[in-house]
Design a protein. Sequence first.
Length: 270
Amino acid sequence: MTSIVQFADIHFGVEDKDAMAALAATVDTLKPDITVICGDITQNGKRDEFLAARDWIKSLAGPKVITPGNHDTQMYGILQRFFDPFGRYNKIIAPLSEPHYTDQNVSIMPLNTSRGWQAKLDWSLGVVDMEELERVSDQLKATSPETVKMICVHHPLVYPPSSPLQKETENGVEALIRLSELNIDAVLSGHVHAPFALERQPDETEIMSIGSGTLSVRRRDKPASFNHLIVNEETITVTEIFWEDGKFAVATPWIKHISELKSRRPVQPL
Ligand SMILES: [Fe+2]
């Protein structure tokens, strides 16, 4: 069994201080083997926000896979946004992230969908570099075929119907189809500040999309929350853990059977 805690959109600077103060005790009970953080770790990419985030990440036991969000560029440094948008992230947070994680049940790789600036009005939108996607997928394919293969991004590749935010990620549809062709099993994301877990069938294959809510005060009609994933030989279970009435509570789990995922994998050569 592998226990995974998935966070996103903590937005240090505007984090929910009450929820964050109670978080460690709740996470301890989940005994995570790996922590995944799907971006927007800070609110404005300020140094003090990154330092607070670093201290919190260091307080978490075990390995972490981390990817930056669009808020992890420097909001108030236009030159940095153009020439070194992830300079602070790379200096302070990136060294805390595993390049990838694998065990007997899961393999997880980060993929950055955020940009410092883009040739479009809304710089907050996600972009998938398809060459980077191939590189990440190659590393996942090199792990045991028995593992559930996941990528960790900030932006949903395709926004779920339930999302209070409806945007498009550049190359998102193509990326989802390509990932399913490559037998990647799940996309872990953040950005929409509302949790979700669903399966998609691009090109008649299957791939899971699992989004974490936010632990900031920037809510979109949803309580603060994070996800707990349990992967064993038979199932993947995703449980939203949400902050309500001064304590964390557990939502009804979403369960996916591994046999459905394995059924679409190519037959391995003898
Ligand atoms: Fe966010």
